[in-house]
Design a protein. Sequence first.
Length: 637
Amino acid sequence: MNSNDIKNIAVIVAGIDEEYQNNIIKGINKFAGENNVNIAYFAAFGGILASKRFDIGEYSIYNLADFSRFDGAILMTNTISDPIVKERIISRVRESGIPAVVFDCSDYPEFYNIGIDNTAAMKAMIRHIVDDHGAGVLNYISGPLANPEAKARYIAFLQVLAEYGLEADEKRIFYGEFRSCDGKKAIEEFVNSGLPLPDAFICANDAMALSAVTTLEKYGFKVPEDVIVTGFDYTYNARNFCPSLTSVKRPLFTAGYEACKTIIDILGGKDHLKNTLLEATPIFAESCGCAIESPDDYREYKKRNYARIETTNSSISMLNRLTARLAETETDEEYLDALKGFIGELECEKFCLCLTEDWQDTLNKSSTDIDCNNTYAYYMTAPLIWDKGECKSVSGYPSCEMYPEELTDGGNISYFLPLHFRERCLGYYIITNGDFPIYSLLCHTLTMNLSNSIENIRKLFHLNKAMDELNRLYVIDPLCNIYNRNGFINVADDVFRDCVANHQKIMLSFIDMDGLKFINDNYGHNEGDFAIQRLASVIQDCCGTRSVCARFGGDEFVLFDPKVTDKAAEALARRFASKIDNMNDIIKKPYTLAASIGSVIITPEEGDTLYSIIKHADDKMYEVKKKKKNSRAALGK
């Protein structure tokens, strides 16, 4: 991070495309822009796809944040559903010693808390449902009780029931995760329970409430005629839904603004209350039977809806084109070239693609060996930095620095988003001074698309390596590291055909090792392999630039020379004898490395084959070997 007086604040958040997070982020960004503060959002989309391995990869982005390099932290840990991940973040912030702000959470007295009075507003809304609409049987759709806000709303619900002497029937309570799908699941579970329809469904947030309304309507129940439904948060969708949703309006933008201001005030030496409580307001609308005028100007509503549809359509088009383009890439260079053409459509000042230095390594972990504290490699690379249309790269930087390039000014808003395949960290990307991560519902889709494409390239890289190795093993003898029979035929046959066509002389030599059985029987097969390797080395040394040599099998070798003269066989025999003598001097073994060589020089004609000439050379070699045996016999050896 930069070393000047500009302040740098880290923000931990999950699900930045949701309205609650969105409004708080807008408040943080507003204060940061007014006061030249750098904000770094470490954002995940965990807890959405019901996959533990995927969530581990998502949550790895939190491990990237080195809090000691920031001046303060804003922790939206109430958006993180995993309690273990949440506590690890809290612990690391504590260790850093920097001032930190949390939302609606008094569990950490050392941190500053920006709270919204959820309890009073929830109670007021439920009392309205009971007093003004005569509700006596209430169902409740809860958020995760590990979340302080969800717990506060749930307790408020129970307390109001107790006030009125109403039964808190556990069968009428559904425990969700604040996700839209929970509203649908809650209604389906209720319908299957066979219980009588309640007077109202009280929901812990708007997302679940809206889903509950649409699911009730599918089952033939009308809202509010048959049953009341209420939400919490008073989101844009809740305000403009039909029926408009009775809900609780919360000053989320103000909460974000105050969180950032609190950090800067503390850093400036100002005293600040540990707990700031903002008021929430219940809004009684059509879903409970209270007719109100549309809260948004109709013309403005149409404009905003059209803008949202246009933005979504534009994002879908971009992602479809990017998906098709990335699907064509097979190397990291092609991947980067494809990506460059689309970054401009994200409408940001800067985009950094940051990959772990080992991103192309093979996976060594078993599928059950999952590290819940997934971390990045010590070193990162930034193969693509797109800065206002100019592209560059950084070959390596420590991951603790987070940014591949140091920030030199203030007022920058950066979003760090994880790139991973299942639980394996591949890297992350940074969007700086662009709102795509918060205005587009497709940021998560973009992130998964980039991740999966990188993983595909990683797999192609290793597949190609494996294919190259298989091809090498197909043509290369593993003991001698020269061509085997297949490799010799593949390489020499084309040259042979060319010599036939041009009536050029060739020499084909067949070489057979002498005394291999003696070496194996007296010194072992490992020593026999050593002797074969040394002989192969001698044969290689005898090759010219156009020669092709190979181990044909066992202790037999062939050597092919195109475009030779009539003296080539004699020259090869002398060269071979000299080099094998030198090899014996070098290895100094109790046996003598020796071989018999038979060479044929011929101008091949149509109808001749390599195999027929090899057979001729083999016959010549055996004549040489036979003469050696006869000579030794005559000498009594």
